[in-house]
Design a protein around this ligand. Structure first.
Ligand SMILES: [Zn+2]
Length: 405
């Protein structure tokens, strides 16, 4: 470990031991600086139960109150001081610099700046720090995005990949050639763009070809007030080591070597309101510490392959639904699909793939076996059945993985 890490960790430990009701209780009686790896982890469940016990400052010091994305249960309240907003701005500035943005860029932000989201605010702060011109068009209207591309001539866009695809579809309908537009870079948030091998996935390829722009993948977590953005090399998001420390742990909480996929566990540095130590994100990916082609010496976080609790057990082996999803998205003759997991026994889940389209069971079995080494049950069903599973009543997001375990 470098000296810088030791200093940052010592600072975080002393600060939380003094100011955080949660950590004060946990660290009682510890006098010397403990090794970070010797401390227990904190998961989302615990964070949700003790939400405001993580707050280190009096309420009058709070500048912003946001909520977490809340993939499971009620979103948490998350608070930031003025200093935390400056840290957030610095983090985003560093991230946008990885994507090669500078003061000469005009950037269209097609992400919500309201609804208690942190992301939109973070982008706005980071782009200001960088000195860019900002067009806050938001995520609600593809027509407005196209109009502002034409009028403001932005050189980059920040958006969720699925929204970039909706805009591309609208552009096609309107006869608007996005490839000839001023946009040369698309900074993508919230959805995966790359496969484990770093190759662009179906969504990433569709965006690059429709927009004629270079796509950049990012990974951000509200509770960490942090995001990682990849550089031109497209080989993982660069970690800003002065702001965040990452570990990748296996199922027994042991650190994994470079390139091996496990749960991302994070410790924040320099956070004033709600610092976190060894926070389990629930997301799975690999870390890479070898030097990047761009020359930055910082570690890189590879593509997120899935949520830890989505991992499938298959006769002693394990895999993420994203592996099967990638195969199905690329197989010709598959119009739509759903992967259904059920509990079978201690060692195995039962996995069934429901498909609509002309691809034969044999073709699908071969493709799935070649890429994932497993052979799930495969069944052809109507498009209506798939639709009902993908978008059940009250669903907010389309899903291709249904977990019945
Ligand atoms: Zn790089």
């Amino acid at each position: 470990m470098t000296r810088a890490f030791e200093d940052l960790w010592a600072q975080t430990f002393r600060y939380t031991a003094e100011h955080s009701p949660f950590y004060r209780e946990k660290f009682r009686g510890i006098k010397d600086l403990p090794a970070l790896q010797s401390l227990p982890t904190v998961d989302k469940q615990l964070l949700s139960e003790r939400n405001l016990d993580f707050l280190c400052v009096p309420r009058e010091r709070i500048t912003e109150i946001v909520t977490t994305s809340g993939t499971t249960g009620r979103p948490l309240l998350w608070m930031l001081t003025d200093s935390d907003l400056r840290r957030l701005a610095l983090n985003e500035q560093l991230s946008f610099e990885c994507a090669g943005l500078s003061a000469s860029n005009t950037v269209l932000v097609a992400v919500a700046l309201d609804r208690c989201f942190m992301a939109g605010l973070a982008y706005w702060l980071g782009l200001r720090e960088l000195g860019c011109s900002i067009v806050r068009v938001g995520p609600s209207s593809p027509v407005l995005v196209l109009e502002m591309i034409e009028r403001a001539q932005p050189t980059a866009i920040v958006a969720v990949p699925s929204f970039l695809r909706v805009i591309a579809e609208k552009a096609r309908e309107m006869g608007f050639d996005l490839k000839k537009s001023s946009i040369k870079k698309a900074i993508c948030i919230g959805e995966p763009l790359r496969e484990r091998s770093f190759a662009l996935n179906t969504s990433g390829r569709a965006i690059e070809s429709a927009w004629g722009a270079h796509v950049f993948s990012t990974y951000g977590v509200t509770e960490l007030a942090n995001s990682l953005c990849e550089c031109d090399a497209g080989a993982g998001g660069h970690l800003h080591t002065e702001l965040l420390h990452l570990e990748v742990l296996d199922d027994h909480d042991q650190p994994l070597p470079d390139g091996e996929i496990g749960e991302i566990v994070a410790t924040t540095f320099g956070v004033e309101a709600m610092p976190l130590i060894r926070y389990r994100t629930g997301d799975c990916a690999a870390l890479f510490r070898s030097p990047c082609k761009c020359g930055r010496p910082t570690p890189r976080l590879g593509p997120i392959v899935g949520r830890k609790n989505q991992k499938l057990k298959f006769k002693g082996a394990s895999l993420f639904p994203s592996t099967l999803q990638a195969v199905l998205e690329q197989t010709e003759g598959v119009e739509s699909f759903v992967i259904v997991a059920r509990a079978e026994n201690e060692l195995s889940d039962s996995v069934e793939v429901l498909v609509h389209g002309e691809a034969s069971v044999g073709t699908l079995r071969e493709a799935l076996q070649a890429r994932s080494k497993i052979s799930p049950q495969i069944r052809h069903v109507s498009s209506a059945e798939i639709e009902a599973l993908q978008m059940p009543p009250q669903a907010r997001k389309r899903r291709t993985f249904v977990d019945l375990r």
